[in-house]
Write a protein that binds this ligand. Sequence first.
Ligand SMILES: Nc1ncnc2c1ncn2[C@@H]1O[C@H](COP(=O)(O)OP(=O)(O)OP(=O)(O)O)[C@@H](O)[C@H]1O
Ligand SMILES: [Mg+2]
Length: 352
Amino acid sequence: MSTGLVLDGLVKRYGGSTAVQRMDLSVRPGELLALLGPSGCGKTTTLRMVAGFIEPTEGRIQLGGRDITTLPPHKRDAGMVFQSYALFPHLSVADNIAFGLRRRGVPRAEAAARVARMVSLLRLDGLEKRLPRQLSGGQQQRVAVGRALVINPAVVLLDEPFSNLDALLREGTRVELRRLQTELGLTTLFVTHDQAEAMAISDRIAVMNAGRLEQLGTPREVYDRPATRFVASFIGRANLFEATPQPAGPLRSEDGIALAPAASPAGPATLLLRPERIALEETPPVADEPNAVAGRVELASFLGTGTQLMLRLPGGRALSIEGPAAYADRFPAGTAATARWRAEDLIVIPGG
Ligand SMILES: Nc1ncnc2c1ncn2[C@@H]1O[C@H](COP(=O)(O)OP(=O)(O)OP(=O)(O)O)[C@@H](O)[C@H]1O
Ligand SMILES: [Mg+2]
């Protein structure tokens, strides 16, 4: 019985600088967990420590209940796709995928069957005999994924595997990966800096910032209940308010907006309001009405499925709003409008 992948107090320092600071993280068996964060936050470093290409400064790594911290890469039972996917240029598609099976001494007939299955699952049919240079970027990335999965490893490590694909192919390919991963029950650590991609395919997301794990949760948890200001603004769009309790009446933001959340914080706090929670209306706010603010529409972009708007407030703030497609005609740029939201849509960020 596998116990998945466990990172225990993992640290990587380079001279005076710390690339990864005390990572504690468990990937459950069969789970797809995304490591998400901005460029340079330590995602690749973490993945390469798990793969065994970088030695941790401190901490332990366990895979399937076994301590693998000091094992060489080829003894770790990990299948990896690198950020710059490297295929063997002189080997065909089929031979690239078969590579790990050959090394493990899998009998020829069985290897051929497993490669054929990968080729079909990854929709590479007909390309088996081609060399990497005769493939598109997207096809090459799928070969790299096939090569990592075919060995049925205890853990699959993917470092931005779809970075070279255009948006449409990327969406299609990640759906296929998710289907494969679920079907084969593969424990997977998936690195990306694309929050939409992480939301779309993960069981859970580990949000990293500057070498640290800021929050670990399901896509819904990190979106609806971000633990920090960083998570709130990195996942999706965010309107953030620095709110201070007043001696009388509702909280006020730094720019004077009256805020009435469902449960008021005792002291100063950061409040999050998602753009799609805001309604735009023609009726101006009444005196002292909380959770309502008047402004002027500065930008209204029709996106087909909806409208993205920017409401400029008298205090200078630009409120980000996402509404129905009809908003584009109803509130064109230059229109005066009032933004309203419900008390329960104001989220108090604990780590402010
Ligand atoms: N060999 C090295 N020596 C010194 N510093 C390094 C080394 N490798 C990485 N770093 C630093 O460690 C930090 C984390 O790098 P890492 O490659 O893990 O980032 P990343 O999250 O994968 O970023 P990206 O999204 O751009 O791929 C960066 O600040 C980087 O400059
Ligand atoms: Mg990286």
